[in-house]
Design a protein around this ligand. Structure first.
Ligand SMILES: [Cu+2]
Length: 111
């Protein structure tokens, strides 16, 4: 009976140990995919609902060949202008959509 409990406990420990490993390999797989799929750090500086734009201080954007800078982006979903506000830290992806640099994806920064 005791041995069975020990086995169960070991099973739990193995499961817990495996979880971060899975998360890590998922993450590196994501990073290894196309540059357009990766999110970069940004801080919202200004939201201009009238113009449909958000100004973001962003880290380097490899898919756009862009160094870190502060600039305005269009957003692919106007509802995001209601959700974003100056001072928000986000992770986001931007793409050149018909010549207009556009935020196509974002999430609140985990930090
Ligand atoms: Cu830029």
């Amino acid at each position: 009976m005791n041995r069975m409990i020990v086995t169960l406990l070991l099973g739990c420990v193995a499961l817990l140990a495996a979880t971060p490993l899975l998360a890590t390999s998922d993450h590196s797989a994501q990073r290894g995919s196309a540059a357009t799929g990766s999110l970069v750090d940004g801080e919202v500086r200004k939201v201009d609902k009238a113009a449909g734009k958000v100004t973001i201080a962003h880290g380097p954007l490899p898919n756009l060949n862009m160094p870190a800078m502060t600039m305005a982006f269009r957003v692919s979903n106007a509802a995001w202008l209601e959700q974003l506000k100056a001072g928000d830290r986000i992770r986001f992806a931007a793409e050149d959509v018909n010549g207009v640099l556009t935020v196509v994806r974002w999430q609140p920064s985990p930090r």
